[in-house]
Write a new protein. Sequence first.
Length: 152
Amino acid sequence: MSTEVRHIVCPHCGGVNRVPVDKPAANADCGRCHQHLFMGRPIAATKASFDTLIARNDIPVVVDFWASWCGPCKAMEPIYERMARELEPDMRFLKVDTEAEPALAARFHIRSIPTLMAFRNGHAVAQQAGALDAAGLRAWLKRHAFTRTSHA
């Protein structure tokens, strides 16, 4: 008997874990480093970790390109963090500091911040420039089929 699984990348060690779909992923631990796969907050992605986190997760991944000096980025930060708490483990939330990771910003042609990008199976499927409030972020995620109907 075969069990359907989702591949989830560990935010701590980068290990790819097979998590059965019928088991609660919110409390799953990494098979390699034994830390929680979901922390209820966005993960800081680097050039070294980005591709694995985008391509190897079977769940949608949302990325916030931001900088510490950006006022709108700071205003959106608590909203983005709240979405991560509410919507994990159905999706993964990443943050890319464009000052620390300029190559990632250049790769995706990020010209203004904050910019949100949504990925599925390693491919960008949506992009949004500018800060969003909670309702706007929730609507953007729903429009791109990233949320469960219970969160709509």
